[in-house]
Design a protein around this ligand. Structure first.
Ligand SMILES: [Cu+2]
Length: 123
């Protein structure tokens, strides 16, 4: 391999690294839209731990995705009005939903309905 080829390859590698997509904040991710444009989706996390949703009440803006993650035990996130139901999730599993309309959305855990309750307020 000649020196000029080695230099060209090294330059190419530097360019590829420089042009790689930038890392986004952990709370956000890029998702595609129908027109193909990339757009940021804000993700808010709710943990399911110790027979509770944490935070129990969460206020978000329209278009925000809520991602429930089971930290311990077996739980579900189930809308009180039938809008969504994760089914039973085990430790480490997650369920996400994008809230596109404003309103107050109450939900519970179908495994522990008397103690595990939460509310999402979308503005
Ligand atoms: Cu539960």
């Amino acid at each position: 391999m000649t020196r000029s080829i080695r230099t060209a390859i090294a330059t190419l590698i530097v360019l590829l690294v420089a042009l790689a997509p930038t890392v986004v904040d952990a709370s956000q991710r890029i998702s595609g839209t129908r027109d193909g444009a990339a757009r940021r989706v804000v993700v808010q996390r709710v943990r399911m731990v110790n027979f509770a949703f944490r935070p129990k009440s969460l206020t978000i803006s329209k278009g925000t995705k809520v991602r429930w993650v089971v930290r311990e035990g077996t739980h579900s996130t189930t809308s009180n009005t039938g809008l969504w139901d994760s089914g039973v999730l085990s430790q480490g599993e997650a369920f996400g939903r994008v809230f596109r309309k404003a309103g107050t959305f109450k939900y519970h855990c179908s495994v522990h309905p008397s103690v595990m309750r939460g509310v999402i307020t979308v503005t």
